[in-house]
Design a protein around this ligand. Structure first.
Ligand code: F6P
Length: 340
């Protein structure tokens, strides 16, 4: 008899989730005769036994859709809520898994999701992880889907800031997402021709940032574009872009404006590259289930698909190496990272 599997999407959404659900589901059904269900709202659906049947018809027409047809949540079943000394969410999950006769749960998510997926596999469930996030910070893989779409959206925003910055002779500070990682800022900063790029992995000196901006204007340049990651060092009560633009106004004679790109980076249709990556990951996850290779996250290294044990993923982040070749190339072209 064919296997019965479940899919869930957990954590912040990103473009490409539906492409991944479709790929796991279709490969499981078409290539392996499996039955597929989808838990709704991340781990919450697994705890409360809330799910939908995913047949081929339900999996059609979703490739290009943003968000997730299953919904998501930040539910962490192994974490006690404030004031709680015990909860039996893991117990409920095990019971539901058994009641439903599942052979595997595919958990599509970021670092937090992979940590939970590992704990579930320690509880005896068969689990496969698929890494997604716009932040590209999942440990153990070079690339997560969602990242390429977010970089394209952020790059377009940087492109648009150039003309208005030039018209008004301003410094434009644009803040992009990324959590503790600077991947989106680095890629969109370089793709969009940012003059200064600030990422959490490289400490910056605000005086050096301001001096660079003054220098640019004194050389006859009409504008300065500063791309900042949300996770840079800053006082708590202010956004990264708010802080940097406030300092530019205080410490230079140049007018500064801030833009926080926010959730547009996570919404909408996935880029072609994200559709491809999500499809590759999803199909590979289904093949792993067919081979009964559980407790692993699908990953890509040097463009090649592989896996990494879930226990090696949780609790670690993939951050930008300050000596990343792109950073060296950008520095050699005069881009400032705030530390020199
Ligand atoms: O991890 C994706 C991400 O969009 C981060 O870039 C950002 O810091 C965070 O999620 C925002 O989370 P929330 O959806 O909880 O506001």
């Amino acid at each position: 008899m064919g296997k019965k599997i479940a899919i869930l999407t957990a954590g912040g959404d990103c473009p490409g989730l539906n492409a991944a659900i479709r790929s796991v589901g279709k490969t499981a059904i078409v290539n392996h005769g499996m039955t597929v269900i989808g838990f709704t709202a991340g781990f919450s659906g697994l705890i409360h036994k809330e799910y939908v049947e995913l047949d081929e018809a339900k999996l059609s027409g979703i490739l290009t859709l943003g968000g997730t047809i299953l919904g998501t949540s930040r539910e962490k079943p192994f974490k006690l809520e404030k004031g709680e000394v015990f909860n039996d969410k893991p117990g409920l999950i095990k019971k539901n898994y058994e009641d439903l006769g599942l052979d595997c749960v595919v958990c599509i998510g970021g670092n937090g999701t992979m940590k939970t997926a590992h704990l579930l596999s320690q509880e005896g469930l068969n689990v496969i992880g698929i890494p997604k996030t716009i932040d590209n910070d999942v440990f153990g893989t070079e690339l997560t889907f969602g990242f390429d779409s977010a970089v394209s959206i952020a790059t377009e925003a940087v492109d648009r800031l150039h003309s208005t910055a030039n018209s008004h002779q301003r410094a434009m500070v644009i803040e992009v997402m990324g959590h503790h990682a600077g991947w989106i800022a680095l890629y969109a900063g370089i793709a969009g021709g940012g003059d200064i790029i600030l990422i959490p992995e490289i400490g910056y000196d605000i005086k050096k940032v301001c001096r660079e901006i003054e220098d640019r204007f004194s050389k006859g340049k009409n504008s300065a574009i500063v791309v900042v990651a949300e996770g840079i060092q800053k006082p708590e009560n202010i956004s990264a872009a708010g802080y940097i633009s406030e300092k530019i106004q205080q410490l230079t004679s140049i007018e500064a404006r801030e833009t926080r790109l926010g959730y547009v980076q996570r919404g909408g249709s996935p880029s072609a590259m994200d559709r491809i990556l999500a499809t590759r990951y999803g199909a590979y996850a289904a093949e792993l289930i067919a081979m009964e290779q559980y407790g692993r996250m699908v990953a890509v290294h040097g463009g090649v698909l592989g896996t990494i044990p879930l226990e090696e993923v949780g609790g670690q982040l993939s951050l930008v190496d300050p000596n990343h070749p792109l950073i060296i190339k950008a520095r050699n072209m005069g881009v400032l990272f705030g530390d020199e």
